[in-house]
Design a protein around this ligand. Structure first.
Ligand SMILES: Cc1cc2nc3c(=O)[nH]c(=O)nc-3n(C[C@H](O)[C@H](O)[C@H](O)COP(=O)(O)O)c2cc1C
Length: 419
């Protein structure tokens, strides 16, 4: 980095003169996925971020200095001994608005967790006072090793956002958990973390469970009773919680949506399967948010073969039985006294009155009530709701992106967990 180097560019801003571009440090550690960080770098620079790349010496075995320098428009250093007069080992971290490391190797996680400062990237991690996002990528065995688990837990406890790796093809012929999430997904996490502008993510060290989608109750091998829930609100909750530092378990039913980065996803189909998955995950969760539309009833019988119409015969009446009331159950039998439980209610009329009565009946802490209809809520990218609280407060959330509603929910959950 040379003396005339500008760290923190300004760009013209209509009507207000100039505005500073957010300053991002992109750390790259020596994993096979280092090449994917080029795409992340591109997305960051093209969306108006001033990015300094700090690769480790190992990372340069995978992608060379010239690539990082050309794509970022800044010189690149690996060691603390380059341009010593500028004290880069302190200055880069101090001036950053966000540090993201992708991929983060098992080695880098260990060094960060233990506070080592043996190269420029680890020095930067120690001097940064901005949010830090780590996107680990490694073989499944390395990710599951108790040493790595403990290092990740330590980093999360300190407020670092550690994105869960994806499941898929690893180096060579292996597949499993440990793959670097899609650069677009990592970019989204960075964007959300920067947008919140907080240095200490308020859900750091917390484990939250979110259910999303709609259950399907099978009648025969080809038919089911279902509902219109798209799962987008639940996914927005999962993504925003991950960006706020939480470890997230997302239990999804029939959404068809891609697994979000940074989240453990459990796929289920029916209400009974959803209950089982929620109870298991809730056993060690700080908060459970039930955004899935769970069928109240299921067919009493399941036909092993496709139900056929018979000439001259009316169809047999459909007999339904009640499904378990998962929200009421987890509200009544909390895994620990401080666990926060949030429900969702989709109502077509008397929205608030029905919501208040549901909140009392279910015994949860918060109930997010929204009005549904043919073109409202289901499948939409936007939502409008009122968050009702067991203490009597009501927080209207105006029409806007589902992420905005998700953030209001997490604000209230975080406040309860802190209190
Ligand atoms: C071909 C190859 C691929 C590697 N991929 C990974 C990886 O994906 N994740 C990981 O944690 N380590 C991986 N390693 C091992 C790291 O490069 C090694 O632990 C190194 O010390 C990491 O240094 P760094 O953390 O300073 O970047 C790989 C090594 C080689 C030779």
């Amino acid at each position: 980095m040379s003396e005339d180097e500008t760290w923190g560019r300004t760009v013209p801003d209509e009507g207000r003169g100039t505005v500073a571009e957010p300053k991002v440090v992109l750390g790259v550690a020596g994993g096979i996925a280092a090449y994917k960080a080029c795409e992340l770098l591109r997305r960051l620079t093209e969306s108006g971020h001033d990015v300094h790349v700090v690769p480790t010496a190992s990372a340069l075995h995978f992608v060379g200095e010239a690539t990082w320098s050309a794509l970022s428009g800044h010189p690149v250093a690996t060691e603390v001994w380059t341009d010593v007069h500028e004290v880069p080992h302190v200055r880069i971290g101090q001036s950053a608005d966000l540090v993201v490391v992708a991929p983060a190797t098992a080695d880098l996680l260990a060094r960060a967790a233990h506070g080592l400062a043996d190269d420029l990237l680890t020095n930067t991690l120690l001097t940064a006072r901005c949010p830090v996002v780590l996107a680990p990528a490694m073989h499944t065995e390395m990710w599951e090793h108790p040493a790595t688990r403990e290092n990740v837990a330590t980093l999360r406890r300190r407020g670092t956002v550690v994105i869960e790796p994806a499941v898929g093809r690893l180096t060579g012929v292996d597949t499993g958990k440990g793959r670097l999430p899609d650069p677009g997904e990592i970019f989204e996490v960075c964007r959300r973390v920067l947008a919140r502008g907080v240095t200490e993510p308020d859900l750091a060290g917390r484990h939250v469970v979110v259910s999303a989608g709609g259950t399907r109750e099978p009648l025969d091998p080809v038919r089911y009773l279902g509902n219109r829930s798209s799962g987008k609100q639940g996914y927005a909750l999962a993504k925003t919680a991950a960006a706020r530092g939480a470890r997230v378990t997302l239990i999804e039913a029939n959404t068809g949506l891609a697994d979000p980065a940074g989240v453990d996803v459990v796929h289920v189909g029916t209400a009974v399967q959803l209950r089982e998955a929620v109870l298991k995950a809730a056993a060690e969760a700080d908060a459970v948010v039930m955004a899935a539309a769970v069928a109240d009833f299921r067919p009493a019988d399941y036909a092993q073969g496709k139900i056929k119409k018979k000439d001259g015969e009316e169809p047999a009446p459909l007999v339904l039985v009640r499904n378990p009331d998962i929200l009421a159950e987890i509200s009544a039998e909390r895994a620990h006294p401080g666990q926060v439980v949030v429900g969702f209610a989709a109502e077509t009329d008397d929205v608030l009155a029905n919501g208040r009565s549901k909140l009392r009946r279910k015994g949860c802490d918060l109930l997010v009530v929204n009005e549904v209809g043919e073109r409202k809520t289901f499948g939409s990218e936007e939502n409008e709701a009122v968050v009702l609280s067991a203490d009597g407060s009501e927080t209207p959330v105006p029409h806007g992106p589902k992420e905005a509603l998700a953030d209001v929910v997490w604000d209230q959950v975080a406040a309860r967990l802190a209190g």
